[in-house]
Design a protein around this ligand. Structure first.
Ligand code: F0G
Length: 393
């Protein structure tokens, strides 16, 4: 079988760059880049049988040019049918994809497997990211496995302890930045990656790994696409990755129609939902993002153009959820189905509930919610304390 070919292409002006060039933004117009693949062949449902139980089972639509694949067995996560939740929410079928089952407990591992393999390919000695927690935990683990130095920039006092513990445990150098994630990312991008390879989702190789979750939904749903996929949105790299995955399935003749993608943001950090619901042409300023779902406490999503495109082109929508609604959704999922996630991972359920109430989602729909992170990362009990001590206790 011929090998696939890759090139990096600007999403605005179409300028292209060789696949191994270290470039994060188009040098001509400054916009985002995308890794574009011309595969040598493609998988089908039946050719996947018996393959490795990780995202690397979709090898035809992933890079094969690496000198080493840095993997911890990421991907191939469980999709649980949630019948009780379907009844409570009021849709025909409801599924939850457990991305918290990935090696470091979040979907970021998919992107880091490809991204850190690329870092090895180009001979990087050091990798760096800004993070609300999960990206740093994941990068630290994959860097350790690859033998690379890892630096992470986090918003001071604003990431869950479990995630900070992971980054420390995996040996990353941790820098706390006064301000938000947006300030931390600005710091990383300003350094331009001169001494370390940047592995935030502005790096198109991250998206290449994360798109495999769409392939998995297609496989797990028996090749069908007659459902809506709802995801939490921060930087909007992940929703863009799902869209890229579904578009590739369509381009290669594996599906006719693509699912609608629903992006859910926490109300206090919802520039994309605001932009789409108000019909704005660009992202509104959001200087002080605030939410208990710290993973998505982001005011200036670096991938907003890709994310907005994914939502619009798929015929989907964006919706906001208040912190109380996110916590209610988290408790609902846990107590009706025995599934839990970190708060950001429950935002899609809160969003779907709203869309059913508003009538955007009909009672006959099939819905898949992506629970993006493991519940044990953020065990701040006060956050979810429905058993507040009563007077006299
Ligand atoms: N859910 C979780 C659990 C996350 O950690 C993130 C992002 C998202 C959803 C949103 O994904 O940014 O691609 O739209 N976490 C990043 C981090 C920002 O640093 O860990 P997105």
């Amino acid at each position: 079988m011929p090998r696939e070919e890759y090139v990096l292409v600007c999403i605005s002006c179409g300028e292209s760059y060789p696949r191994e060039e270290v470039v994060y933004r188009c040098r001509r117009c400054g916009d985002l880049l995308e890794a574009r693949i011309s595969p040598g062949g493609v998988f089908r449902l039946d050719t996947l049988i018996g393959r490795v139980h990780s995202m690397w089972r979709y090898r035809e639509l992933l890079p094969s040019f690496f000198n080493r694949i840095v993997s911890l067995g990421e991907g191939y996560t469980t999709l649980v049918k949630a019948d009780k939740l379907a009844k409570v929410v009021g849709v025909r079928e409801f599924y939850v994809k457990l991305e918290g089952l990935n090696p470091t407990g979040s979907f970021k591992d998919r992107g880091m497997s490809v991204g850190v393999s690329m870092a090895c390919m180009i001979g990087a000695k050091s990798v760096v990211c800004a993070s609300t927690g999960n990206t740093s935990a994941s990068l630290a683990a994959y860097a350790a496995r690859a033998g690379l130095e890892c630096q992470v920039y986090i918003p001071e006092g604003k990431i869950a302890w479990g995630k900070l513990f992971q980054a420390r445990m995996f040996g990353a150098k941790i820098y706390q930045v006064a301000g938000s994630f947006d300030d931390a990312l600005k710091r990383v991008m300003a350094r331009g990656g001169e001494d370390a390879y940047i592995l935030n989702s502005v790096n198109p190789w991250r998206i290449e790994g994360q798109k495999t979750a769409a392939f998995e939904l297609w496989e797990q749903m028996g090749g069908k696409t007659d459902y809506v996929v709802a995801l939490p949105v921060g930087n909007s790299g992940n929703i863009a990755a799902y869209w890229k995955g579904f578009k590739e399935l369509q381009e290669h003749g594996l599906i006719n129609d693509t699912p609608r993608l629903v992006g859910v943001q926490a109300e206090g950090a919802s520039p994309i939902a605001e932009m789409l619901t108000r019909g704005l042409e660009s992202l509104p300023d959001w200087p002080n993002p605030e939410t208990i779902a710290t993973a998505i406490r982001i005011g200036r999503p670096i991938n907003w153009k890709k994310g907005v495109r994914a939502i619009r082109d798929s015929g989907g929508t964006a919706v906001k959820a208040r912190d109380e609604e996110i916590l209610d959704a988290l408790r609902l999922l846990a107590t009706t189905e025995g599934i839990a996630t970190e708060p950001a991972g429950a935002t899609p359920i809160a969003g779907v509930k709203k869309l059913v109430e508003e009538g955007w989602l009909g009672r006959d729909e099939k819905v898949i919610c992506i629970a993006t992170g493991n519940m044990l990362k953020d065990t701040n009990e006060a956050l979810v304390s429905w058993n507040k001590p009563q007077k006299g206790d």
